[in-house]
Design a protein around this ligand. Structure first.
Ligand code: SAM
Length: 281
């Protein structure tokens, strides 16, 4: 029988043997190329001393790369029970280093099973990817349980995460991510790398949690200001910030921001100044 460099069967054989025809409803676009999954695992940084949380291991392509690259432990949450026998074979190959929880990542709380430092690495199902990212970026306390996240998104979402002021992609997701993290795009992944190929290009984003947010602000107020400003992104702030109630021009003046500017020209420091002015009024 053919073997991959890790001594396990090639992923195409795994899929055939376990009848894992990809399901669109579960966002299943599998990666079969172990060179590519190794590259994703390596872009997460040093794994030897870390526990890795993986969402949606599927047939195990990225999981195997994480283990080959030396992750201390991988805890993987997979919703599709059809994948469990294939993942059990990977677990048997790496005794004590892979645990798989069958369930919905939006509902399972994996925290008690993980020890710091924790890295999140995932080729996320597109239907729940952004929701999971927002949860990981907005915990009740900061710093969060994870120290870094290395995640595959549709390129359009990845661009929004790393966007700078003045660009079309700049908005709520950019500010949410960059306030508390250093966020960078690592590399693009073309549709043909997946089975089946999705319609759009994907990209890997790497986020490292900052010890504290970049500028002081209350998270809930920053969120309100950003939502109001980008809710009407083409309008001047003196109009869009009326959604906050009260005197928008006075608020902008208190934050030292010209009222005729538009949301996409403000940097993170200026949005935090607005959140502080909102708190003080
Ligand atoms: N990691 C594999 C790879 O790279 O080839 C599969 C990635 S595929 C894009 C997404 C995986 O997430 C699928 O295996 C799918 O069954 C799983 N999934 C979808 N929704 C999920 C959810 N809510 N919770 C956990 N896993 C989910």
């Amino acid at each position: 029988m053919n073997r991959s460099p890790d001594g396990l069967p090639p992923l195409r054989e795994v899929i055939a043997e376990h009848g894992l025809a990809p399901r669109k409803s579960l966002g299943q676009n599998f990666l079969f190329d172990l060179n590519l999954t190794a590259r994703i695992a390596r872009s997460a940084g040093k794994l030897e001393e870390c526990d890795v949380l993986e969402i949606g291991p599927g047939p195990g392509g990225l999981t195997r790369a994480l283990l080959m690259e030396g992750a201390r432990r991988v805890l993987a949450i997979e919703r599709d029970p059809r994948c469990l026998p294939a993942l059990a074979e990977v677990a048997a190959h790496y005794p004590g280093r892979l645990e798989v929880i069958e369930g919905d990542a939006l509902k399972v709380n994996p925290l008690e099973k993980l020890s710091a430092p924790i890295r999140i690495v995932a080729n996320l199902p597109y239907n729940v990817g952004t929701e999971l990212l927002i949860r990981w970026l907005t915990p009740a306390v900061w710093p969060p349980f994870w120290s870094s996240m290395t995640l595959m998104f549709q390129k359009e979402v990845a661009e929004r995460i790393v966007a700078r002021p003045g660009s079309k992609a700049y908005g709520r997701l950019s500010l949410l991510a960059q306030w508390r993290c250093d966020a960078r795009m690592v590399f693009e992944v073309p549709p043909k790398a997946f089975t089946p190929p999705p319609k759009v290009t994907s990209a890997i984003v790497h986020l490292t949690s900052r010890p504290a947010p970049l500028y002081p602000a209350r998270a809930d107020l920053l969120e309100r200001v950003v939502a109001a400003a980008f809710g009407q992104r083409r309008k001047m702030l003196r109009a869009s910030l009326r959604a906050l109630g009260g005197d928008a021009e006075a608020l902008l003046e208190a934050a030292g921001i010209t009222p005729t500017r538009r949301a996409e020209t403000l940097d993170l420091g200026e949005f935090c100044a607005l959140a502080r002015a909102l708190e003080a009024r």
